[in-house]
Design a protein around this ligand. Sequence first.
Ligand code: SF4
Length: 319
Amino acid sequence: MVKMPKLGVSACLLGQKVRSNGEAAEFRSLTRSWSHHFEMIGVCPEVGIGMGTPRPTTRLVKKDGKINLLNSETDENFTQQMVEYAQLQSDALIQSGISGFVFKNDSPSCGLERVEVHRDGQLQSRDEAMGVFAMVFTTLNPHLPVIDEARLSDPVQAEHFLARVEFLSLWLEEGRNGWTADKLMQFHNTNKLFLLSRSPSAKRSLGRLIANGFDRGDHPENVALEYMTSAQQSLNVLSKPGPIAHAMERVLGRVSSKLSSRERQETLDVIHEYRRGSLPRSAPLTLLRRLVRRCGMENETHSRFISPTPLRLSLMAKV
Ligand code: SF4
């Protein structure tokens, strides 16, 4: 049986009734569609530190230049408990093999960005921060793709996040029995079309990063982690149609000697229409997949570029 990649998720998004009011905040794409392709591991940091449900709400308060997580009613300070819990939970999630995390937005614990910060009991509208759990988790794991539910509602952002998750999941699988220079170079080569389509400059710099790391005699596990951290930082910018269309043309170039000139031109026209925004990405990708298969030139590099997970979730038709 094929193992599904794992995703950490703020538990309330999975329909668990863990919010302060005893309710859930189910995100239906996750529970009804994504759950067929990922194993979801729900985490509620506030329940995790023993706050219970229902409970008073929390808020972020800035005191002496530091952000604190306080009980909104009693001002009990949960910052230290949350930081310690986040460190332990981060380790446990990484050990379990997650390939990404989906956070609830606007939460003083889980929010990834723009969570309101109070000062001296007053709301300072221009003061914003990350939730405490999210801040510790992302600081400890800069190689892990993360997103919040607000961004996940946008198909372009959801597709890009999933492609990053899949990239990390394959890296975890490849490194399961330890990394060597050859293995890492092979992984990079297999993903070069994917990287070229998402971050052309990263494709070049990551090749150099591997070579420099092994020239210095760094431990292969360290080079591999540095590789993924740098790759995910580069991939933290949304892909544009131009580089993706360019990668499609490369795939077409590899099979074009086996195509009639009419087939070649028609495919180029479809890629061009995608680049112009008149057709969704699924149109040229479907065409290319069929041509590559017919020409007997299917390989891992092509299938990595085509990113099967977003295809299965119909996201390519929306981007
Ligand atoms: S946002 Fe985070 S802390 Fe709040 S209920 Fe959801 S999982 Fe728990």
